[in-house]
Design a protein around this ligand. Structure first.
Ligand SMILES: [Zn+2]
Length: 439
């Protein structure tokens, strides 16, 4: 985290400075085209971002509205787009762009969050931040594909092409807003026939995360897929900590020593009932060997059970953080915050207006991944505003659901000439305020 922030007034978390930072980052993306350029690469990327920022269900509809002149005007006033390409042109321009060039836009936005001291809200366990990591699909088809598609052969012999992204997002147990980093594509590498997987993608994502944010003190929270020796060694080599799900079934090497402590009465174990009558049980031991293949890797294991209205839930995690009676509840809450990548990130991106799984165009090179990354980027812009822009917060509070906020936003952008984001948010806020007669 930034220990010596620049004056906050320079930055701000409203749409304009955020999109200006993105635009500046896009300006460094190398242009793959020759001399004849009707549309600039920056305008094309910003137009793509606008599709997701304005929650358009398809590029075609975006283009239809563009014909009317209003959206063209608003693309300029809201996204700084001088000239927007049509849907076909947009796909052709964006397809050859290597998604790695979009990384600097994510970094620029996270730097703003840090400089605004908003990252402090996410501090957990002595200045760390929890980063939840998981994969999600964003394209699958038995008909369409590209050389980078991973392929799954079904029992009936049908071949299904698919693309996935490995996401990494800053989460906090008490905050609904999550902050995604640049996702890592899970795709076949050029010239290979072998499918890529989450573990390989993690091997690429984590060192890049470290390079982008060298000062960030990270506690990774992951599901049980991450509970393996090579992955834990990678995490430790980067100076990160972890809270990773662990399953007792088939994992006796790790869990049996804890059971032995329970039997001889030397385990650390206690239960507490909170103010709402929910019972929380904790049992833990430090310094256990991870598994037979990696007995040199020592981890700390916590078993947790929750009893709420007669219903019992059980979870277990391994961590490199030494577990004490004072921090065990924090470790458990940190481990449970992993779900925010499912609920507050992937679910939002797929079902709350962003259409992550919609096929905007697959392309021959990178298009599907470029669209996927732009969706994450538009989401990050919205999330930062939700965290630090009072106008978006008021607009959001004025609508019953996020869906109705985005519906209203889309309606205004397609029917009104807007001069700025401020005007847009105020129109949404004031539409719900009572009329005051001052005559
Ligand atoms: Zn593909």
């Amino acid at each position: 985290m930034n220990s010596n922030p620049l004056p906050k007034s320079i930055y701000g978390c409203s749409a304009k400075p955020l999109l200006t930072a993105v635009r500046t980052a896009f300006g460094a993306v190398p242009d793959h085209r020759g001399e004849a350029k009707v549309f600039t690469l920056v305008d094309s990327l910003m137009s793509g971002l606008a599709v997701f920022g304005l929650k358009y269900p398809s590029l075609l509809k975006f283009d239809e509205h563009n014909e009317e002149g209003i959206i063209k005007h608003n693309l300029k006033s809201l996204y700084g787009v001088e000239q927007a390409p049509c849907d076909t042109q947009l796909r052709e321009i964006l397809d050859p762009i290597d998604p790695k060039y979009l990384r600097s836009a994510f970094v620029a936005l996270h730097e703003i969050v840090d400089r605004q001291s908003l990252l402090q809200k996410y501090e957990y366990l002595h200045g760390h931040v929890l980063v939840s990591m998981d994969g999600t699909g964003h394209f699958s088809s038995c008909k369409m594909g590209c050389p980078q598609c991973c392929v799954k052969i079904h029992r009936n012999g049908l071949a299904e092409n698919y693309h996935q992204l490995l996401g990494a997002v800053v989460v906090h147990p008490d905050l609904p807003v999550v902050l995604p980093f640049m996702p890592e594509a899970i795709l076949k590498a050029d010239g290979t026939t072998k499918n890529d997987c989450e573990r390989n993608a993690a091997n690429r994502l984590l060192p890049r995360l470290k390079a982008d944010h060298p000062e960030l003190k990270v506690i990774l929270v992951e599901d049980a897929l991450g509970a393996n020796g090579p992955h834990i060694s990678l995490i430790k080599s980067l100076g990160y900590s972890f809270i990773i799900g662990a399953k007792p079934v088939g994992n006796g090497y790790l869990f049996n020593p804890l059971d032995a402590h329970v039997k001889d009465g030397t385990a650390h174990e206690f239960e507490v009932t909170d103010e709402s009558g929910v019972l929380h049980g904790y049992r833990y031991a430090n310094g256990l060997k991870l598994n037979a293949s990696h007995p040199d890797i020592l981890v700390n294991l916590v078993e947790y059970w929750e009893v709420k209205k007669g219903k019992v839930l059980n979870f277990s995690w391994i961590t490199d953080i030494k577990i004490t009676p004072q921090n065990v509840a924090y470790i458990v809450r940190g481990g449970r915050a992993r779900w925010k990548i499912e609920n507050e990130t992937f679910n939002t991106l797929k079902n709350q207006g962003y259409h992550l799984e919609h096929n905007y165009g697959h392309g021959k090179k990178f298009l599907a991944t470029v669209f996927g990354c732009l969706t994450f980027l538009a989401f990050l812009v919205d999330q930062i505003q939700a965290l630090g822009c009072p106008l978006l917060q008021r607009a959001k509070a004025s609508r019953r659901t996020k869906a109705s906020l985005w519906d209203r936003l889309r309606a205004l952008v397609t029917t009104h000439y807007l001069s700025s984001w401020e005007e847009l948010w105020w129109k949404i806020i004031r539409a719900k305020e009572p009329v005051i007669d001052t005559t």
